[in-house]
Design a protein around this ligand. Sequence first.
Ligand code: FMN
Length: 259
Amino acid sequence: MNSYNKNDMDRRDFIKKSTLAASGGLMLTTPLGRMLESPQEDDKHSPSSENELRVLLINGSPHAKGNTYLALSEASKTLEDEGIATEVVHIGVQAVRGCIACNQCHQRSLGRCVFDDDICNRIVEKMGHSDGLIIGSPVYYGQPNGSVLSLVQRMFYCSGDTVRNKPAAGVCVCRRGGATAAFQTLNMPFQMMNMPVVSSQYWNILYGMSEGEASLDREGMQTMRTLAHNMAWLLKKIHAGGNPDYPKREQMQAMNFIR
Ligand SMILES: Cc1cc2nc3c(=O)[nH]c(=O)nc-3n(C[C@H](O)[C@H](O)[C@H](O)COP(=O)(O)O)c2cc1C
């Protein structure tokens, strides 16, 4: 079984739900938002083949070619050298709305967010076609920036099983401080989503302020390459033989400590 087939169930499920919604099979209205529309067209991963393992890298900075991009590019280049296809997606400068806990995604089993007026569903769709995930963010006041937090909270809340068992890592860039707190925040959802968290030789942190400065952080850039090698290694191990032996899961026991 090739890498495309290995998550076939997840992908078929995701595509079925997306297609149903996009074709008007689901009438989706919310008190505050517009109806779901067709997802935007995917950019192709490079190199592109259905048999390749794929890693999606999200550049959460408003700067398309800033320090976050430099960090992710180093990881991306190393992954490609390892034979893993990559795509770096820039979240852009348009507003990314936060989750309003309307629960439409769960109640209707959409597999995507009911709001379709920003980048969230495009990322969710790309995630459905990817085998691993790296999220990069600049540090703003000791945290990932607001757009990254909004995106991450919505994409994980609505995507459910789409991301399960897919290795993931967070990457932070900062001028001087707060990166470890931001890094911890980025890592929190992976552990709730059954995503194996990929490590490196150090926390995935780079230093730099003006555009391009992070390339001077030799240790940080090396940390990106080590992270990429580790992710490539893990992906190849998971998918060796083409049929991943994923762990068994119990039915979720969700408790709120009251009932
Ligand atoms: C609103 C704002 C808040 C920031 N907060 C911090 C911070 O808490 N700690 C820090 O070291 N750098 C902080 N920075 C600097 C950025 O993290 C740094 O310039 C980073 O390299 C930007 O990455 P980018 O080029 O990918 O956008 C802040 C920058 C902005 C615009």
